[in-house]
Design a protein around this ligand. Structure first.
Ligand code: COA
Length: 294
């Protein structure tokens, strides 16, 4: 199948215009009170999250860059508190606390309490909040706080892939959840790796790893997990080029807070839109270097 027309148009018009921080290229650090950045606080953030459409009582997964805001009074604590206020006591706040960069066959141990999140300071602070739960997948764990947090995280380590349909990523979709992206673009949207798994794209896995989880209670679990590919012919993705398709489907809303672009993504609509496209053309998500048939 040829590329989706909206993807072709986006690829011709070049990279996403939003100045996001990306997973691939960590941004230059921004000092507190950086020139040109108006300070924002918890109430500014909460207003922004409500206005963009974050649902009170809903399930919300958040990807984030703290420095992208410019200057937040109260730093990551203000961001977390604003999110909890908006989701409310009946809602569920979820963040990735991934360790795929530090846990592998070469260093196979994930420690529920001691392994730091590699997905940003907001997530690392969040997982230490009292009553936050963390799922036990050795490379793609999430932390959750709020209604049903423990159940949401339960059993992630039992599936043989990082983002299976029964994992927290699938549960987010089943719950009618939303993904909020704070100053980061679609290249950080782990849900898209889930959709790759659910579409069964043929190039996604190229090795199986035996990894170990040490729980808070000091139990050791063995987890055999298929790893997302590191084959240079397939690992490069171009997720931001899917953005026009999701915009067209009404799956993304936009706002700004401080210097950061904020995206709110409907998880089920994103899945319903992209799953059939990926089943038909698994290469749709690959980057320009590897997209053409090899
Ligand atoms: C990698 C990534 C986290 C880097 O973002 P970042 O903003 O540089 O880093 P953090 O979010 O950890 O925030 C810490 C930075 O915030 C800045 N900061 C500190 N206080 C601040 C404040 N009050 N207000 C604003 N920024 C502040 C500092 O620059 C700090 O960097 P330092 O610790 O080196 O001093 C980000 O680009 C990213 O990819 N996030 C998404 C990750 C994800 O969810 N991935 C999922 C798929 S893999």
């Amino acid at each position: 199948m040829p590329n989706h027309p909206l993807v072709s148009a986006a690829r011709q018009s070049g990279p996403d215009a939003h100045g996001d921080h990306t997973c691939d290229a960590p941004p230059m650090p921004v000092a507190d009170g950086a020139a040109g950045a108006a300070a924002i606080d918890k109430s500014d953030l909460a207003r922004c999250f409500r206005d963009i459409g974050v649902r009170t009582g809903g399930t919300l997964l958040v990807h984030s860059s703290l420095s992208a805001f410019g200057n937040v009074r109260g730093a990551e604590h203000a961001v977390i508190d604003a999110l909890l206020d908006v989701v409310g006591p009946g809602g569920l706040l979820v963040m990735p606390t991934h360790t795929w960069g530090t846990v592998s066959a070469a260093q196979p141990v994930f420690h529920e309490q001691l392994s730091p999140s590699i997905t940003g300071r907001i997530t690392e602070t969040f997982r230490h909040r009292p009553t936050a739960a963390r799922s036990l997948h050795p490379t793609h764990s999430v932390a959750a706080l709020g209604s049903g947090a423990r159940e949401f995280c339960l059993g992630h380590e039992l599936y043989s892939t990082p983002c299976s349909r029964s994992s927290p990523y699938g549960r987010l979709v089943a719950a009618g959840g939303q993904v909020l992206m704070l100053g980061v673009g679609l290249d950080c949207l782990t849900l898209l790796h889930g959709i790759e798994e659910w579409a069964e794209v043929p190039w996604l896995f190229n090795r199986v790893e035996t990894l170990y989880v040490i729980t808070k209670a000091q139990a050791t679990l063995t987890v055999v997990s298929r790893r997302h590919t590191n084959d240079p012919n397939y690992e490069e993705r171009d997720f931001p080029s899917l953005e026009p398709i999701l915009r067209e489907a009404g799956a993304i809303a936009y706002s700004t807070a401080g210097n950061a672009t904020i995206r709110l993504i409907d998880a089920a609509r994103t899945t319903d839109t992209l799953l059939p496209l990926l089943r038909e053309n698994p290469d749709l998500v690959l980057g320009p270097r590897v997209r053409t048939p090899l």
